[in-house]
Design a protein around this ligand. Structure first.
Ligand code: IMP
Length: 210
């Protein structure tokens, strides 16, 4: 299995998956390259959304497909934005050119406004990855990862995407946007979930020990 469809068009996520999978000789094909439209994310849990996205991409492509569903969960907000992280703030519908950056900025502004005067700044990123070998796969591989930090009021750093400039990691004393890509990938929710997925694929001898 050297080619896998990825059920995402988020450039930040795609870049991170490409970086992490490059040494393994696994090519990931964004579903948009195959003309597959994004499906909705209507569910209340990350795993249900990831299952729906992976199934949709695998059914339409006829190939193995994986999806990540992820977000930031803020303790003082009862876990929100959570599954609503991508479109936390109102704005134009997805798909228009440049929408993602503006959306990220609006999301961050809304989050900081909600946390104004709140002392509890604990938050974690969560990521679940679902891999379906085919569209009707009854045993999808499901792995997850978490990354704990805190939300700060003033953005720092220019790397990463989404909430990264406002997400400070105590163990680094830096925000996720101040980390080099390799540092983020080694520690992040997405990096942990992908490492778990690769371990499962190695155990099943789907990939080798590259
Ligand atoms: P979805 O998984 O496509 O629903 O979108 C996940 C959303 O969560 C992204 O659009 C970001 O807003 C946020 N998010 C997930 N992972 C990260 C990350 O590594 N850094 C910053 N924001 C993230």
């Amino acid at each position: 299995m050297k080619k896998i469809v990825i059920a995402s068009n988020n450039p930040g996520k795609l870049r991170e998956f490409e970086q992490m999978l490059a040494p393994l000789d696994i090519e990931i094909i964004p579903q948009s390259q195959l003309g597959i439209p994004e499906t909705g994310e209507p569910h209340a849990t990350f795993v249900e959304n990831a299952l729906a996205k992976a199934r949709h991409a695998s059914r339409l492509s006829g190939m193995p497909a994986f999806a990540d569903d992820s977000g930031i969960c803020v303790a003082a907000l009862g876990g929100e934005p959570g599954v609503h992280s991508a479109r936390f703030a109102d704005g134009p519908p997805p798909g228009a050119a440049g929408v993602r950056d503006d959306q990220d900025q609006r999301n961050n502004e809304k989050l900081i406004a909600l946390l104004k005067d709140r002392r509890d700044r604990r938050a974690h990123y969560y990521c679940v990855i679902v891999l379906m070998r085919h569209g009707e796969d009854p045993e999808p591989l499901i792995v997850e990862g978490r990354w704990h930090g805190e939300v700060i009021d003033t953005p720092r750093g220019a790397n990463g995407f989404g909430y990264d400039p406002y997400f400070r990691l105590p163990e680094f004393n830096r925000t996720a946007a101040e980390l080099a890509p390799e540092e983020k990938n080694a520690a992040s929710h997405r990096g942990k979930a992908l490492a778990a997925l690769l371990a499962r694929l190695r155990a099943a001898r789907v990939i080798g020990n590259e």
